[in-house]
Design a binder for this molecule. Structure first.
Ligand code: ZN
Length: 266
């Protein structure tokens, strides 16, 4: 068999955008991030205009309210996620071992307004899917599940599989957690009973498609998720305890991620 392939490889320069609070302990930096890029096929308003908008609004409200956090908060708008977690991987790769120790945790918000949503929380303790994050990730998961319970809302664990920008952080031993309202997965009858929406179709039928525009975002999902973003950011901005406990992870400052598309395979 002969196979001929024509391919154009275009190199582009792209940048992460980081904004730090001007006060707070720098040795317990809390990185609150989401990816700003989208796939080429569509505008990416749920994936991930939703996450970045909630992060931006949280930052603006903290400034407006004059909040002087105990720990520095670094708001991160990652580039190149859809091309293989490039921006966030670069960020972690360039940290020294000491700087890695000065990162308390990473919160990641990637898709939080899916039209047929479920309140998914990353399974940081691994009790649902087996893959646990670094020491501290279970505590982060608990902050989210407690928040949803306090609001009379259901929540479900989602696999901590490295499929978004927290991957570089957990590879470096930094605990992480975050939220997700679902992508190409199919809503079950049981989930539709608890969350509403439609069983048997995707959480986001416009995932990575041209129709991921403004009309693709559920205002109700974005509302409760934005509250969870603000609650978790403030919780970790103000905590006086170390999130990562005694286990500091590998803290090598170097890792070698491998991807299939944007799915981490190692
Ligand atoms: Zn995404």
């Amino acid at each position: 068999m002969n196979l001929s392939v024509q391919i154009d490889i275009v190199e582009v320069t792209t940048e992460n955008l980081l904004a730090d609070t001007t006060s707070g302990r720098t040795d317990r930096t809390v990185v609150v991030g989401g990816h700003l890029d989208s796939v080429a096929e569509g505008p990416g308003i749920n994936d991930n205009g939703s996450g970045t908008a909630a992060i931006l609004e949280t930052a603006l409200q903290m400034a407006e309210l004059g909040i002087d956090p105990e720990n520095r908060v670094r708001f991160a708008f990652w580039s190149g996620e859809e091309d293989g977690l490039i921006g966030s991987s670069h960020y972690v790769e360039q940290l020294s071992a000491r700087e890695i120790k000065e990162h308390a945790l990473n919160l990641n918000f990637d898709m939080i307004g899916s039209p047929n949503s479920v309140n998914f929380v990353y399974d940081g303790d691994g009790d649902a899917f087996g893959a646990a994050g670094p020491n501290g990730s279970a505590l982060i998961e608990g902050v989210f599940t407690d928040f949803f319970a306090s609001q009379g809302q259901s929540s479900d664990p989602t696999e901590f599989d490295g499929r978004s920008d927290y991957f570089g952080f957990i590879e470096a031993g930094i605990p992480a957690g975050g939220l997700f309202t679902g992508a190409e997965g199919i809503k079950s009858v049981e989930q539709a009973a608890r969350y509403g929406g439609t069983a048997g179709i995707a959480y986001d039928p416009c995932y990575h498609a041209a129709c991921d525009g403004i009309a693709n975002v559920s205002a109700g999902a974005l509302d409760i998720m934005s509250d969870a973003v603000a609650h978790s950011t403030l919780t970790f901005a103000e905590t006086e305890s170390a999130v990562n406990g005694t286990g500091k992870g590998k803290a090598k400052g170097q890792f070698d991620p491998q991807f299939k598309g944007s799915n981490a395979v190692k």
